[in-house]
Design a protein around this ligand. Structure first.
Ligand SMILES: Nc1ncnc2c1ncn2[C@@H]1O[C@H](COP(=O)(O)OP(=O)(O)OP(=O)(O)O)[C@@H](O)[C@H]1O
Ligand SMILES: [Mg+2]
Length: 246
């Protein structure tokens, strides 16, 4: 089992779209795949048309009072399951903080799933919090979408510093460009210059594209309603790169 967290301190950068689409591709490839929607907004639950509701909420979940397998829902797609969000996830930080070794709790809850899943994608809320620390502890890879702007670059540097200061050296941080609009001069410039300072950036850039935006109307992963496009190709290539790093 490999755990891939889709994470960025910033909001609205394409985390959920990435989690949903990569999970779909992995499942299509025949891998047993789970998406855990950790964001109380419930966006990935929405994309899979599953009610963002977890019996017992964040408290029972983190306390291990419920069998995690019982909370998982099947999606409309083969090999692809979802652990939905719940509005109580807005308190995940408080719930984690109330426990001993808060940053180890997520890892602990995920452990029993190793038998069943090849890949688990964590769709993380934005911000840097205790939950993020628990995510960093649990994940094998942090996949981080980056919109090519100066501010995004700053948050990437903050994240790197955080990982460094917290001695999370085993954690693989893989940033990649997201929502790239090649008509924008700033995007073009950043695409050229950033990899020089951050050689760990993946080569794939996800374009700003209307079919990706349409996932919200279709309420399904891109591959569910588009057979082949620049966007599906970009997500396929991103998945190839991620697998090579595992
Ligand atoms: N490559 C893209 N091209 C066009 N629109 C996109 C692209 N990626 C995401 N979007 C749209 O941008 C919005 C934000 O995307 P998404 O929900 O994936 O980001 P997020 O980082 O998960 O946001 P949040 O921080 O709120 O969880 C959504 O409406 C989504 O449809
Ligand atoms: Mg999201």
């Amino acid at each position: 089992m490999k755990i891939i967290a889709i994470y960025n301190i910033k909001g609205g950068v394409g985390k959920t779209s990435t989690a949903v689409n990569l999970a779909y591709i992995a499942a299509q490839d025949g891998y047993q795949t789970l998406v855990w929607d950790l964001d109380p907004q419930g966006a990935s639950s929405f994309y899979f048309r599953i009610k963002p509701k977890v019996k017992g909420g964040s408290k029972d979940l983190i306390a291990g009072k419920r069998n995690i397998e019982d909370l998982i829902k099947g999606t409309d797609f083969e090999n692809l399951d979802l652990l939905p969000a719940d509005f109580s996830f807005r308190n995940l930080d408080l719930v984690l903080d109330s426990r001993k070794k808060p940053t180890q709790q997520l890892q602990k809850r995920l452990k029993p799933l190793a038998r069943e899943y090849d890949f688990i994608f964590l769709d993380c809320p934005p911000n840097i919090s205790l939950l993020s620390e628990a995510v960093f502890k649990a994940a094998d890879i942090i996949l981080s979408p980056l919109i090519p702007t100066t501010l995004s670059l700053r948050t990437l540097e903050q994240l790197k510093e955080f990982i460094h200061n917290n001695e999370l050296s085993n954690l693989k941080l893989l940033p990649f460009f997201s929502m790239v609009d090649r008509r924008k001069k700033m995007h073009q410039e950043m695409l050229q210059s950033i990899p020089e300072y951050h050689p760990d950036m993946l080569n794939t850039a996800i374009p700003y594209a209307s079919d990706i935006e349409r996932m919200g109307l279709q309420r399904m992963p891109l591959g569910g309603f588009v057979t082949k496009s620049k966007s599906t190709q970009a997500y396929n290539s991103l998945w190839q790169e991620v697998q090579e790093k595992l």
